[in-house]
Every structure is written in C-alpha cells, then in structure tokens.
Design a protein around this ligand. Structure first.
Ligand code: C5P
Length: 216
C-alpha cells in the first residue's frame, strides 16, 4: 500500500490565473495554465491530505478526491481563501494572481465612440496579496509561495520569501513554464536551497509534497 504521509492534514492550494473584468465581455488575465497547482493538489490528495483547491479560470479536470472552488478575480480568490486558511496545516500559493485590476468594472460593454474619438484609459487598482495575508494570520498554516523571476533567481526569490513572511518559496528554474508539462524547481528556505531537476510536473509535485510532509 502506498504510504500516506499527509493523512489527517488539511491543505489549501491556489492555482491558475485570475481574470480581472473590464466590462461584461472583456478583462485582463495571464497565461498561467494551472498545471503545476493541479499537479500539487493531486499529489497531496494521493499522500492522504484533505485538499481544497481554489482555481482561477482554467481548463483542467479536478483531481480525484480534491474539493475545488472556482473563482475568477483576485478579490474572489482572496475571499475564498481567507476564511479557510486559518483551519489548514499548509497553504500552497501557485496561482498567478494579477497584481492589478481595472479600478472600475463597467456594467455595460464599452462602446467604440463614433468619429474617431480617443481610446479609453484604464485606471488600475492594486489587488490584495493573498499569500502575504495568509502568512500574517495569528496562527498561519505552513505557507509555500512560488516565484517566477527573470534574473538573479535565488536571490530575488529568497527576498520575496522574507518579504512575504513565509518559510518556503519555490522558484521556477526557467525557461518560461506556462502551459508546459515539465518544469524544474528550486526550493529555498531558511536553511538553504534544494534543486528538483527538470521533470514532468506531477513528478515534481510529488517530490514537493514529500518535502512538505517532512515539515508538517
Ligand atoms: O509577488 P509575487 O506575485 O511575485 O509572488 C508570487 C507568490 O505570491 C505566488 O505564490 C503567488 O501565488 C502569490 N500571490 C498571491 N496574491 C497576490 C500575488 C501573489 O497569493 N496578489
């Protein structure tokens, strides 16, 4: 029988992009596929954890045994995550949350003006940082963040780990992993670094879950 190192543990995971509406037919999003987060949810459930997956708009099947909550915007993701977070053993934030949203969502579709009037300007507002907010709870779950950096990967990722006040950050060892089935990861904590060499995302997810189970 497969070992279940996370039996009795509750894990909350965010995955995918967020979608920030401009009007009823338009919005701002990004190319996150959700594959890494969904693989982690699957690996955690295989390891016996009780898994809740808060997913932005993605086209992926729900892993077996995982409770899924679908959301669109960063604010909706925040509203879904925060009430659950205090009751978890771990929180893994893989979602590519939009940093900004249109300050105003128009109720009706924006129309192109007649006679060549100027294009509209979008005022933006900052979204809440979900991971940082969970890490600031009085009794936070064990928080794991993800970082995609274009340079000085380890240095920038570790700075992000400290800034967000989390024990573990996982850096994507490029090239860009959006939509791919494989990835390579660098785990960074207070003690140092450990590389998980390039492999398919499910294998990496299982290794990450092994690491996590030793820390819970
Ligand atoms: O600051 P940055 O967006 O690079 O941090 C990435 C990490 O923070 C990821 O784990 C991501 O899921 C999380 N995050 C979040 N809420 C945000 C922005 C990022 O949970 N608004």
């Amino acid at each position: 029988l497969a070992p279940k190192p996370l039996r009795g543990k509750k894990l909350l995971i965010t995955a995918g992009p967020t979608f920030e509406p401009i009007d009823p037919v338009r919005g701002i999003s990004n190319h996150s596929s959700g594959k890494m987060g969904f693989a982690i949810a699957r690996a955690a459930a295989e390891a016996g954890a009780e898994v809740t997956l808060v997913a932005g708009p993605v086209h992926l099947p729900t892993p077996r045994g995982v409770q899924r909550i679908d959301v669109q915007s960063a604010q909706q993701m925040f509203d879904a995550v925060l009430p659950l977070a205090a009751h978890q053993h771990a929180f893994i934030a893989t979602a590519a949350v939009a940093d900004w949203r249109p300050a105003q969502t128009h109720e009706h579709k924006l129309k192109k003006a007649e006679g060549g009037a100027t294009a509209p300007t979008l005022a933006m507002a900052e979204n809440p940082d979900i991971l940082a907010a969970v890490a600031r709870l009085p009794q936070p779950p064990y928080c794991v963040g993800f970082a995609a950096e274009s340079e000085k990967l380890a240095e920038h990722a570790d700075a992000k780990r400290r800034r967000k006040g989390i024990p573990l950050i996982v850096a994507n060892l490029g090239p860009a992993t959006f939509g791919r089935d494989d990835n390579a990861l660098l785990l960074i904590d207070e003690q140092g670094q450990r590389e998980l060499p390039r492999a398919d995302k499910l294998s990496l997810a299982r290794e990450l879950i092994q690491e996590l189970s030793q820390r819970l």
